[in-house]
Design a protein around this ligand. Structure first.
Ligand SMILES: [Zn+2]
Length: 306
C-alpha cells in the first residue's frame, strides 16, 4: 500500500535506475481518474503486458473506441525506448483476481487467477511492451532490459521487492501477456534491485589552486635582489611565480626553483609586465596585483591573495 509516485518522482526513479526516458506530450495530466470518478492508488505493484502489435504507442496513449486511453503508464518500444504515457489511473489491468492482488500486496507467491472480481486499475502500474506476443516475435535484449529497469525503478521507489511484480496473465483469467516467463523476469528484477541505483555520483571537489600572497611576494621582490645570493624571503610564492614565468618562456628553468626572487627573476617579471603593456617604472619587475593575477590566471598555476 502506497501513495502513487508523482510525475516528478516517477521521472527521478526511472532515471536513477539508468533508463533514458521519453516523455509523451501531456502524460503528466493524462489519466482516467476524472472520467471514472475513481482515483488511482493506493498502489501495490507493477503489471507487465505485451501490446500484441507493433507501432502502437499512440494507440496506447489515446486508447480505442471501446477502451479509452491511457492504456498504460509507460510504453516500451521495440527500438523506440521507454515512454511515460500516464500519471494516475490507466486502463491496462481491467478485472483481476482479488486473491492475486492480496498476494501481491503481501509479496507472497501468487495463487492461480481464476476470477475477475477486483479492479486492477485501482492499484497497479502498467507497462506495455511493444511485441506481437506470438512467441516468435523476439524481445531485443535492450528492450527486455529496459522492462526490468522500469519495474525495478518503481519497486525501489516504493521499497517493494520483485514479489510486487506480476504479468497480466497472472492476474486476469484468459490473458496471455507478457509472452515471456514471469519468474525469470522477477529474478532479473531482483538482481537489479540488489544493485545500488545508478544515481550520478556528485563530482569530486576540485582541489583549490595554490595561493600567492602578494604582500609577501612584494617583500621578497624587494629584499632578495639586494641580499646575499640565494636569499629566500617567501619560498612557496616565489617558486610559483617563477614556475609561471618559466611556463611562459620569460625565465630559463635553471634560474627557477631556489625560492629567491633575485635579479634574474626581477628581469623576467619585467618582461611579463612589458608584455602586458606596462612600460618605464610600471615595468620594474616588482609584482603588482593585476600583473600577478594575470600571470596566475594565464598559466593556471595559482590565485592571488592580497
Ligand atoms: Zn495486458
Amino acid at each position: 500500500m502506497a501513495t502513487p509516485l508523482t510525475a516528478a518522482q516517477m521521472l527521478d526513479a526511472l532515471k536513477a535506475e539508468g533508463l533514458t526516458v521519453h516523455e509523451h506530450a501531456g502524460w503528466k495530466t493524462h489519466n482516467r481518474d476524472a472520467a471514472t470518478g475513481k482515483s488511482f492508488g493506493p498502489v501495490i505493484g507493477v503489471l507487465i503486458h505485451h501490446t500484441a502489435g507493433h507501432g502502437d504507442r499512440e494507440l496506447c496513449y489515446k486508447g480505442r473506441s471501446d477502451l479509452p486511453g491511457p492504456l498504460c503508464h509507460a510504453w516500451l518500444g521495440r527500438t523506440d525506448g521507454l515512454w511515460t504515457m500516464a500519471n494516475g489511473r490507466a486502463n491496462h489491468a481491467g478485472g483481476v483476481d482479488l486473491d492475486v492482488l492480496n498476494a501481491l500486496r503481501a509479496e507472497k507467491p501468487l495463487p492461480v487467477d481464476n476470477q475477475a472480481n477486483a479492479d486492477g486499475n485501482d492499484c497497479l502500474y502498467g507497462l506495455e511492451i511493444e511485441n506481437l506476443g506470438d512467441g516468435k516475435d523476439p524481445y531485443p535484449e535492450a528492450q527486455y532490459r529496459q522492462a526490468v529497469l522500469w519495474a525495478a525503478a518503481i519497486c525501489r521507489a516504493h521499497g517493494w521487492s520483485e514479489k510486487s511484480v506480476a504479468g497480466h496473465k497472472e492476474v486476469q483469467p484468459g490473458k496471455v501477456d507478457p509472452s515471456f516467463d514471469m519468474d525469470d523476469f522477477r529474478a532479473d528484477v531482483q538482481k537489479q534491485l540488489a544493485k545500488t541505483a545508478t544515481k550520478p555520483a556528485p563530482a569530486p571537489p576540485k582541489p583549490g589552486k595554490p595561493r600567492v600572497d602578494l604582500s609577501r611576494l612584494l617583500q621578497a621582490a624587494k629584499a632578495d635582489p639586494g641580499a646575499k645570493q640565494g636569499h629566500v624571503s617567501y619560498m612557496a610564492g616565489t617558486n610559483l611565480t617563477e614556475a609561471a614565468l618559466v611556463k611562459l618562456g620569460y625565465l630559463a628553468k635553471t634560474y627557477a626553483g631556489d625560492g629567491s626572487f633575485g635579479t634574474t627573476t626581477i628581469a623576467a617579471y619585467a618582461k611579463w609586465q612589458r608584455h602586458l603593456g606596462y612600460s618605464g617604472g610600471e615595468a620594474d619587475g616588482i609584482p603588482g596585483k593585476i600583473s600577478l593575477s594575470r600571470l596566475g590566471d594565464t598559466t593556471g598555476l595559482f590565485t592571488v591573495v592580497a
